[in-house]
Design a protein around this ligand. Structure first.
Ligand SMILES: [Zn+2]
Length: 198
């Protein structure tokens, strides 16, 4: 009888969760759900072969599920890409931009979706964004280049989208209760890690 009682006690102890002396705390610097699409866009940009500008885009639905992603590069059917020139003036004839690739290779409808992009869209991409009824554009950086001025795309997107394009940091501040100093530092680190010259 004693043996049965002791065996039962041992079995019961076995079923108990292991006791820890001290509780291990969760990580502090994990990516927020709202940061993830831009982080993916930054990583995707690293697929680009452009020696001067690497841009990434990621389209998500309202649940942050990915609908498409893209980076700037030659059309998928353009083989022998060593034969194309990457000089700043000539490359625009051959390169598809990140936003367009993200839309062209979407896995589901992007109507009503949010597009995260590392560089503000040009006017050609703005047209494609509006045609596909994307509702929001979140961008990391906005600046003209030698060949691309953003006046027209700004006009189109600000007037055509349900809400004006929003800079990533402002988007985060609107959607997450965070302290600017803490998260701002981390985002700058993300930039350092993933962003090259744009
Ligand atoms: Zn573009």
């Amino acid at each position: 009888m004693f043996f049965i009682f002791e065996s039962f006690k041992l079995f019961k102890d076995f079923l108990q969760p292991a006791q820890c002396d001290e509780k291990i705390q969760k990580r502090e610097n994990y990516l927020l759900k709202q940061e993830l699409p831009m982080a993916i866009a930054m990583v995707v940009a690293q697929r680009s072969k452009d020696p001067h500008t690497q841009v990434g885009a990621c389209i998500v639905d309202d649940n942050n599920h990915i609908l498409g992603y893209g980076y700037n590069g030659h059309p998928s059917g353009a083989n022998n890409d060593d034969q194309y020139s990457w000089d700043k003036k000539g490359k625009h004839k051959f390169v598809c931009h990140a936003e367009r690739n993200a839309i062209d290779f979407r896995t589901a409808s992007v109507k009503g979706a949010t597009l995260f992009v590392t560089l503000y869209p040009c006017s050609e991409c703005a047209k494609t964004i509006l045609q596909n009824e994307i509702k929001r554009v979140v961008y990391l950086d906005k600046k003209d280049s030698d060949n691309i001025k953003l006046t027209d795309s700004t006009f189109m997107l600000e007037n055509g989208l349900p809400e004006k394009p929003i800079q990533f940091w402002d988007y985060l501040q609107q959607n997450v209760e965070i302290k600017k100093t803490r998260r701002g530092f981390e985002i700058q680190n993300l930039n350092k890690i993933f962003m090259t010259k744009v």
